[in-house]
Design a protein around this ligand. Structure first.
Ligand code: TYM
Length: 319
């Protein structure tokens, strides 16, 4: 079984990325052959500063490794170290219906928020399809916001297979119900572009400040509170034990505890949860060549697979 996923180096990783994709991807690395990459070609649709793109890419690699990606099991690499994906993206774009791309929520959402509607932004899902299909991926662990992109990938794979013969496998998204959309501090989906993130490796003061600014209703301390509509409780439930979740749930319903106290509990738990990863990160940072070595080996592995699939595609389409 081949598992594949990507993450854009468009900013600093947040706990939405972690619980939505990185933690499930790390868990899956024991179950098959995993390919995880830093989607730097994709990030170019929003990021036009070369130094920042390069630095963020390196940082994503460091953070993913610190969170538990095991480079002995999973290949970690930069998308742009396998330029064959852009070749495949071109071929896919020649069969991709414009109407299918026009229906992409992510594109419409980005343009509605003021991003320039470049050709690259519009064909973003085609490049993503190439990412997935070029490694013959079976499973793609992602958050819910990427579900439609995987459906588009499947549509393009079917169209290619119908036109040129059986070339591609149809990949399946792997989306975990409980973490499919991690809320941000304002209750909307956590996203860098909404400015509502809690960063994984922010410093203590910053993380506390973000947690303490989670938006709540104005129920007084003594009032019973609804855990199911609380961002604090939703975030706590992502990683606390069953017993701890039950205790907090009961305290919400009983009343007598203010939101400030619940936020303090959430912060303490969150800070502790990421402690081993901060330690690991400090070790990785102490050896600057380590990450480059991991990325080089990952790129080699990815190139071997991508080149084989591309050879089949070129043959099938007549190039
Ligand atoms: P990106 O970089 O926006 O996000 C990386 C992963 O994190 C997940 N995620 C979330 N999950 C739950 N709750 C949230 N609040 C949240 N925020 C982010 C995303 O769903 C994603 O899984 N297009 C992709 C990158 C990509 C890719 C691929 C992914 C490029 N090629 C091929 C899979 C396969 C993206 O922009 O993810």
């Amino acid at each position: 079984m081949r598992i594949l996923s990507g993450i854009q180096p468009s900013g600093i990783l947040h706990i939405g990325n972690y619980f939505g994709m990185m933690r499930p991807a790390i868990a899956l690395q024991a179950e098959g052959e995993a390919f995880y990459f830093i989607a730097d070609y994709h990030a170019l649709t929003s990021l036009k500063d070369p130094a920042t793109l390069r630095e963020n890419g390196r940082r994503v690699a460091i953070d993913f490794l610190a969170c538990g990606l095991d480079p002995e099991r999973a290949a970690l690499f930069r998308q742009s170290d396998v330029p064959q994906v852009t070749e495949l993206a071109w071929i896919l774009s020649t069969i991709a219906p414009i109407g299918l791309l026009e229906r992409a929520h992510s594109y419409k959402d980005k343009v509605a928020r003021g991003m320039t509607a470049s050709a690259g932004l519009f064909t973003y899902p085609v490049l993503m399809a190439a990412d997935i299909l070029i490694y013959n991926s079976d499973i793609v662990p992602v958050g819910k916001d990427q579900k439609q992109h995987i459906e588009i990938t499947r549509d393009l794979a079917v169209k290619m297979n119908e036109t040129f013969g059986e070339i591609f496998k149809l990949p399946e998204p792997r989306i975990h119900g409980a973490t499919e959309t991690v809320p941000g501090i304002d209750g909307q989906k956590m996203s860098k572009s909404y400015g509502n993130t809690i960063d994984i490796f922010g410093d203590e003061k910053e993380m506390r400040k973000r947690v303490m600014s989670i938006v709540t209703d104005s129920s007084p301390i003594e009032a019973p509170k609804d855990p199911d509509n609380s961002t604090i409780f939703q975030l706590y439930s992502l990683f606390a034990t069953k017993e701890e979740i039950a205790v907090m749930c009961e305290a919400f319903r009983r009343g007598g505890t203010g939101y400030g106290d619940f936020k303090k509990q959430l912060f303490a738990k969150l800070w502790d949860y990421f402690e081993p990863m901060r330690k690991r990160r400090a070790e990785i940072l102490a050896d600057p060549r380590y990450v480059e070595g991991v990325l080089e080996r990952g790129a080699q592995r990815a190139n071997e697979v991508a080149e084989k699939v591309m050879a089949r595609v070129r043959e099938a389409v007549g190039l």
